[in-house]
Design a protein around this ligand. Sequence first.
Ligand SMILES: C[S@@+](CC[C@H](N)C(=O)[O-])C[C@H]1O[C@@H](n2cnc3c(N)ncnc32)[C@H](O)[C@@H]1O
Length: 466
Amino acid sequence: MKKNEEWSLTVERFADQGKVLAKVNGYVIFFKGAAPGDVVRVRTTKVKKNYAEAILLEILSPSPLRVSPVCSYFGTCGGCKWQHVAYEHQLTAKRESVADALAYTGGFQDIAVQPTIGMENPTFYRNKMEFSFSTQRWFTDAEIAEGQVIDRNFALGLHAPGRFDKVLDLEMCYLQSELSARIVNGIRQFAKQEQWLAWDTRKQNGFLRHVVIRQAWHTQDLMVNLVTYGYLPERMYLLATFFQDQFPEITTFVNTCNTGLAQTAYGESQHIIYGSGKIYDKIGDLTFEIAPTAFFQTNTSQAEKLYAVTRAFAELQRTDLIYDLYCGAGTISLFCAPHVQHVVGVELVEEAVANARVNAQLNNIHNTTFISGDMMRLFTPEFVRKHGKPDVLVVDPPRAGMHPKVVAQIAQLQPERWVYVSCNPMSQARELKELADLYAIEAVQPVDMFPHTHHTESVIKLRLRA
Ligand SMILES: C[S@@+](CC[C@H](N)C(=O)[O-])C[C@H]1O[C@@H](n2cnc3c(N)ncnc32)[C@H](O)[C@@H]1O
């Protein structure tokens, strides 16, 4: 096979990062934009020894697994790249990705992977969305075809895939709620009418940078956090009047000021314009306080299922000491704490640890200890001497997985029960391979935290071999 060759192929399956995979005489070709079962024409762009990459030129015959994407921005917006595939098949593909990682990366044969736990209604599932302002509006094909004269210098929505500067002006989004989309449209209209400028990432000037909407799943709380360059109180009070008039559903309005160059929703100061500056949501019986920058799982209803699986896999006993490593804001710790003697949570980000402590207090939970620090440095024999040897280990590391020193320390520590929660089945399988002589895999449960994306959460129950 050579570069720039055209091939007609049948797509076999989804591959890593939401790409698809097809084969020519056993040789693998990866490309984007198709669905398993599609017959396509592609052109190779990169040819390596074991695989090639290609671009999709044409769909010759669409797959029976295809469905019409619900969102009109599909294909232009990078948010929900799997909307063209039936949700049932998305769940199957996620289960396969976990099974493949265990078989091919982990070298584990004959491991039963349970069907992915999905959502009954896989739309409007996020409790937090961050929208960006831009002076460079990205147009959809339909907008270009319509050829209307549109304001190019102001957009509020989501970034076009791979573009830090261009933003798609979203009028509807199926990720958060219909109300959230209306609020975004209201802010856009108001800001344009008041002639407030959007932030220009190239010139580094302007006023409006981001809107973060946090909407509780189990309560009526809704926070709008407007991120601006500098604090202009009279403007904020004007916008507050507009919100109170048009969107009484907004329970609190916060203005974060970011005069830094980094285009983030964090800033050097925060002003509560009205309300308490926080929202409250529930996971199971627990209540969580969520401040503008607090850590919280973005899919509340699936987080409940994920934590229930994690807790069941841990087979908790009243006398147990649990280590919850990479604990974020301590949600798993707090979910398990009422059933055990003590939980020790470790997390890098101090603010998340502060959230964990607040939430422990809020729920009257007094048998948790949260420690902030880097697992690689903190997780030592001294740490274990100080806090005690755990009966159960729960780990939920970031995508890259655990540092080799942490894996080595687990091999030393050898807790009897271990639950490994991961958002990257490949790094999970790689690490479990290293400990395969010590730990047996007893159950594997994928959970879909992000419908219509390739992201897969995998929960694995492990037990120390006799
Ligand atoms: C997947 S999240 C865990 C989320 C948490 N279990 C929950 O359900 O909300 C991974 C966490 O690991 C933390 N983290 C990343 N690197 C770390 C390190 N080297 N040491 C400790 N924590 C780390 C991140 O800040 C993040 O909160």
